[in-house]
Design a protein around this ligand. Structure first.
Ligand SMILES: NC(=O)NCCC[C@H](N)C(=O)O
Length: 431
């Protein structure tokens, strides 16, 4: 198989390679007591969630060259015994793994290690537990949020971030991604300097004790020059500074093209946990927004810190509003309102990821179909609103025929896990 060349310089360029994760047994075993700590808002009916995800994947396949599952990539990354054992050692450092569980993992084939890492290991399978260790009945707990592939890593330009998660429930995911980026046969050609942000490696080496969290849902590559990053419930200002400094150094060495990072100062609330829950791109000159956060006279307007990356040190200034700051960078985006002009529908549909569209190509997006008011706004903006099942039943529909499309997904189960179409994808390469 050919090497994968990382290339993400926009949110809208036609998808070439994208990574997802089909929800597996890790969601079927969630009991109500685990729900809140594992960041789900309900327990999912797994079979239906998988059917919804399969449809999502088939829609992606209508445009992308390759749709890959992180679980397969992870297994392939552990193609040597040495890599598998190194992973288990790092995992042990990260989560304070019991000896019995580590031994169990060492004896497993790579595919079983990957499955156990995602689905968890119930405590009955290992010896030596005490009652207080019996958290949720698992010695290795499940990581059902791997479904939201967007968050544990991000491709930025030709480089990538290994993120550090704000929550305990997701701490393991970046370790998996780190092994995939370093050891997968199609990605091992990447250089150390291609890693733009990484708090995990220094943590594992004992070089730092307080890693700063950065999550992919907060990282939006808006053009070859401009990045927007949310400073949110999940991403700290310090992490954004570190990323800005790393990009500045890249720029200084003549390697990076990014000259501006816009840090959006977000409220620390679950409903808007990441920037992509309130702002996503739909085409080259449009974006989908949660209106109260971007409208000039709103009391909820979000301010922006602008980092200029072109100098010998970081230069910052402030901007009142992201859309205005973008205009200053030469990007005049027409906003499409999540929930239309009704404040009640705006709040309801933002909660069900109505502002979290995923762009397959310029003007071709996927959105959860339950967001009816948002779909009406998209139709008014010239999008052909098409149900995913109608698209898949009709091979004659060409999403790349030059018209704008909003493909609506059924999402009664997936949306209970509190993430939308963009959250479920990590593009590796776009046109
Ligand atoms: N980018 C995103 O907004 N991702 C959604 C993540 C949902 C997941 N249940 C979480 O709370 O982390």
């Amino acid at each position: 198989m050919q090497d994968i060349q990382l290339k993400v310089f926009s949110e809208t360029g036609r998808l070439k390679q994208v990574v997802v994760h089909r929800p597996g047994p890790e969601v079927d075993i969630m009991v109500p007591d685990m729900m809140e700590q594992l960041l789900f808002d309900d327990i999912l009916y797994g079979d239906l969630a998988r059917r919804e995800h399969d449809v999502f994947r088939q829609v992606l396949e209508r445009v992308a060259d390759e749709v890959l599952d992180i679980q397969d990539l992870f297994v392939e990354a552990m193609d040597s015994e040495g890599t598998k054992l190194a992973f288990i050692e790092d995992f042990r450092r990260l989560v304070d793994l019991q000896d019995e569980s580590a031994n169990l993992l060492r004896d497993m084939a790579p595919a079983d290690v990957a499955q156990a890492l995602i689905t968890g290991i119930p405590w009955e399978d290992t010896l030596g537990h005490t009652h207080w260790q019996k958290r949720f009945d698992y010695t290795v707990r499940p990581i059902p949020n791997l479904l939201f592939m967007r968050d544990p890593a991000a491709v930025v330009g030709h480089g990538y971030n290994i993120n550090f998660m704000a929550t305990w429930a997701r701490e393991r995911e970046p370790l998996i991604l780190s092994y995939v980026f370093r050891h997968h046969p199609r990605l091992r050609h990447l250089k150390e300097t291609d890693r733009l942000f990484d708090q995990l490696t220094p943590l594992l080496k004992g070089e730092i004790r307080m890693p700063q969290s950065l999550e992919g849902g907060d990282t939006l590559v808006l053009s070859e020059r401009v990045l927007a990053v949310g400073c949110s419930e999940r991403t700290s200002a310090d992490a954004v500074y570190q990323l800005a400094e790393s990009l500045r150094q890249d720029h200084h060495r003549g390697e990076g093209t990014f000259d501006t990072l816009l840090m959006v100062l977000m409220p620390k609330i679950r409903s808007a946990m990441h920037l992509d829950t309130i702002f996503t791109r739909t085409s080259e000159d449009e974006c989908l927004i949660y209106p109260p956060f971007f409208t000039d006279d709103s009391r909820e307007l979000l301010n922006v810190v602008k980092f200029d990356l072109r100098h010998a040190s970081l230069h910052t200034s402030t901007e009142p509003n992201l859309l205005r700051a973008l205009r200053g960078c030469g990007m005049d985006l027409r906003p499409i309102r999540c929930g239309g002009d009704n404040y009640i529908m705006q709040q309801r549909e933002q909660w069900t990821d109505g502002a979290n569209a995923f762009c397959l190509a310029p003007g071709v997006i996927v959105l959860y179909g339950r967001n009816r008011a948002t779909a009406e706004e998209l139709a008014r903006a010239g999008y052909q609103v098409t149900l995913a099942r109608d698209l898949l039943a009709d091979p004659a529909i060409d999403l790349l025929d030059g018209r704008k499309y909003a493909v609506l997904l059924e999402s009664s189960e997936l949306s209970r896990a509190r993430g939308g179409p963009r959250c479920m994808t990590m593009p590796l390469s776009r046109d």
